[in-house]
Design a protein around this ligand. Structure first.
Ligand SMILES: Nc1ncnc2c1ncn2[C@@H]1O[C@H](COP(=O)(O)OP(=O)(O)OP(=O)(O)O)[C@@H](O)[C@H]1O
Ligand SMILES: [Mg+2]
Length: 267
């Protein structure tokens, strides 16, 4: 679906903030992007969306190089949900916020309504369609921003810290919702500091450190590799510690735990 090759970028000429990044994302994957503050995760998202342009390397979507596509064109296939919904929402009414990009494309109000209603239904916001944004909770606002991206029918959804600042109930609600979207065929990339999210919801992790991608691995493998964790400045989970103390193979133990946790959660 998406191939990044030899991608390098610096905000200023004297420093590279991302160097020689290479990876391929396959259709239908749900991948986490992890690494400490300043590692370059959001910069990567900005490059994919075309907010900034690489100094070197290429981004291809289904075999087509995106170099000449405008931000607006890319938004049609790569949707970017920023961390803070309050920075994304610009209209007072929910309906208008979700409709905005479609109206800008010049669709008729009838076409707009059909798409907006569909996206609002998927996001569980249809009953609130005539409400002002200000009446919503933080988690609901997050859903509004996801709905306003979904109406554009992207093939890839990039979410920057989808669950930051949420309590456990909203965390589960948002993550189960993203899982559902993923099961509908949308490829999902999630930038996250939340190690539990990464373990429980993603099967692959791209690990960033100081502008380099230092691993493309599974979360269970990542947590069983103390050296890699240290390089990425990530904390070992208590699961790893427990496995170690019990003399168990940490990778298979973590995998088993997560499988069990998923089963129980889905009941
Ligand atoms: N607009 C900008 N101008 C100059 N430097 C920037 C700009 N935005 C980010 N940087 C720098 O680029 C590097 C990567 O930043 P980036 O925001 O991509 O990190 P991140 O991995 O998303 O971090 P966080 O986890 O804190 O969100 C950092 O050194 C940061 O200071
Ligand atoms: Mg960031």
């Amino acid at each position: 679906m998406l191939t990044v090759e030899e991608l390098s970028f610096g905000y200023t000429p004297d420093k590279e903030n991302l160097s020689d990044i290479n990876f391929t994302i396959y259709k239908g994957e749900m991948v986490s992007i992890v690494g400490k503050n300043g590692a370059g995760k959001s910069t990567l998202a900005k490059l994919l969306c075309g907010f900034v342009t690489q100094n070197h390397g290429s981004i291809t979507l289904k075999g087509r190089n995106l170099a000449d596509d405008t931000i607006k064109e890319r938004a049609g296939y790569i949707g970017y949900v920023m961390q803070n919904p309050n920075q994304m929402i610009s209209k007072p009414m929910i309906y208008d916020e979700v409709a905005m990009s479609l109206r800008l494309k010049g669709m008729t109000e009838e076409q707009v309504q059909e798409k907006v209603h569909e996206a609002l239904k998927i996001c569980g916001l249809y009953p609130f369609r005539n409400w002002p944004v200000s009446a919503l909770s933080y988690g609901q606002k997050k859903r509004v921003t996801i709905a306003s991206i979904l109406v554009q029918e992207p093939e890839i959804l990039i979410l920057d810290e989808p669950t930051a600042g949420q309590d456990f109930r909203h965390y589960t609600e948002i993550m189960e919702f993203l899982k559902e979207l993923n099961e509908r065929g949308i490829t999902v990339l999630m930038i996250t500091h939340d190690m539990h999210l990464m373990l429980e919801y993603t099967e692959r992790s791209l690990v960033f450190s100081e502008g380099h991608m230092i691993a493309d691995t599974t979360p269970a493998k990542l947590f069983s590799d103390p050296q890699l964790l240290r390089r990425a400045s990530l904390k070992e989970t208590s699961l790893f510690e427990l496995a170690k103390r019990c003399g168990l193979d940490s990778e298979s133990y973590i995998e088993k735990f997560i499988r069990y946790d998923r089963q129980v959660r889905n009941k």
